[in-house]
Design a protein around this ligand. Structure first.
Ligand code: 5GP
Length: 181
């Protein structure tokens, strides 16, 4: 049984150093896709992407506008419920702009599909690119065009570096998982 306080059982999956090195590489690739003068609106999906987005944007060289949306897809503690609930979609006009969506993890892909479609269809963003720190392909329900992906992970419920279990562990600088009891 996972409990909020059992962090002593947490097994490290991706170290802080490995995460930071990979973010450096991803930022380099993103910088390579835009000129230094081209503006980019980074839309971070809260709350899970908060640490990834903040480390990533520090390494981008073009003029960046940082915006946030908050979505929820979790039915219970560790399984997505199959429905995406928009909690806060407040954004300025993105019409014709270059947008980079930043996610913590793509699991079923429903959250990613929701926000990509929303920015393309409702906001009529000019270009929409998608970055995720983790890509969990085993539970994918819809195809997602991922432009920048940090790490592939298998079917584990991970926490740390922005990702939570019952609101805890987001502050960990590394990513870990709980062994099955
Ligand atoms: P999807 O819509 O792709 O199924 O789920 C996306 C969201 O579910 C992610 O943004 C994240 O908040 C949450 N999620 C999916 N897998 C995990 C996981 O292994 N650990 C945690 N903490 N959250 C996850």
């Amino acid at each position: 049984m996972i409990t909020e306080k059992s962090s002593d059982k947490l097994i490290e999956l991706i170290s802080e150093e490995t995460i930071q090195q990979r973010i450096k590489e991803l930022a380099g690739r993103i910088n390579g896709c835009f000129s230094e003068k081209e503006e980019l609106v980074v839309v971070a999906v809260l709350a899970g992407s908060i640490l990834f987005a903040s480390d990533l944007v520090k390494r981008l060289h073009m003029p960046v506008q940082l915006e946030f949306v908050r979505l929820s897809s979790y039915g219970n503690d560790i399984k997505t419920c199959g429905k995406v609930k928009p909690v806060d979609l407040t954004l300025p006009s993105l019409e014709g702009k270059n947008v980079l969506i930043v996610e913590d993890i793509v699991d079923t892909g429903l959250t990613a599909k929701f926000i990509i479609d929303y920015l393309k269809l409702q906001h009529r963003a000019g270009t929409v690119k998608f970055a995720t720190l983790l890509n969990k392909t085993c539970a994918r329900k819809v195809e997602i065009p991922i432009d920048f992906s940090g790490f592939e992970v298998d079917d584990k419920f991970v926490v740390g570096y922005g990702m939570d279990f019952r609101g805890y562990y987001r502050n960990l600088p590394y990513i870990g998982y709980f062994p099955q009891d």
